[in-house]
Design a protein around this ligand. Sequence first.
Ligand code: NAD
Length: 334
Amino acid sequence: MKVAVFGTRRYDVDSLEKATPKGSGLEYTFIEALLDHTTVVLAKDHDAICLFVNDTCDKAILETLHELGVKYVALRCAGFNNVDLSAASKLNIHVVRVPAYSPEAVAEFAVGMIMTIVRKYHKAYNRVREGNFLLDGLVGINLNGKTVGLIGTGKIGLLTGRILAHGFRCKVIAYDPYPSKVADEYGVTYVNTLDDLLERSDIISLHCPLTESTKYIINDDSLSKMKRGVILINTSRGGLIDTYALIRALKSGHLKAVGLDVYEKESNYFFADSSAKVISDDTFARLLSFYNVFMTGHQAFLTEEALENISDTTIQNLLDLESKGTSENIVVHQ
Ligand code: NAD
């Protein structure tokens, strides 16, 4: 099976090659570019394409893929919001994903992001390297006893809750339309409504997927219901936050600080070196300019363990599709 792997970085190449069993028949073409309308032709002569979070796989691209003979789309991520599943299903292109590669990686990163913000590690690091050992401006807050609200209590949300409740003795509350039966064991208590969570939390962390119903779940209205001085963390998907509303809440001082590993238009910048380029997205540039916004480039998943799991599952998904025509990780259009 010939697989065109889009959006590849060195760590993807290393990990896929290491995980591929000898004699599997899988042959990769590693392509640095993301899949979009201009790069889709590179899928010619391949049976499958392999994508990550910022590739575009809309109806027109899927139609071209179909014409080029591509039968499978293997996502090396959990989210599938970038694939038009309805179009894929009509074209009989099977879509598979990696439902869980390391929820611990993301949960630990989210907690690290909270710690960075509340104790200002990032500012201290720069200051000390420049020989400035003053502590002015570095006053933090204790996490102990704070109320943390989790929006979404799937695999990542619950693990984040467990670290915060059991490790830091935070009061962890959560909202999820499909509550987990084991939340108690993780030290997580549900509130009845999202508004209740917004009103009570000192720190809010997003762990729900991006769907039509969660798009801009953080907007002017939900931000106004949060306590003044709240800290907001998003390691989930950029589209959960209306960035204009976020900027308004930052400018008014309503938000104490924000930690973002994702941004709604991140595909223009993330996973590439833009250090010698002018940022033309003014909204993104404004976000980066706030002293109290801490941003990383969709890095939460990136651990050795996660990369190994992503490669193992992706390879198994492709081999299953080829041998059985299906896979336990197939994504079905609802
Ligand atoms: P999951 O499917 O296990 O859990 C998602 C939870 O969100 C479910 O319990 C679901 O009921 C809940 N949910 C759905 N709609 C909701 C709503 N309106 N309000 C509150 N909760 C709602 O997913 P997961 O593995 O925990 O991952 C969560 C998200 O993290 C993914 O969707 C993905 O976007 C993101 N993610 C980010 C990275 C990264 O590197 N930054 C890596 C992996 C996953």
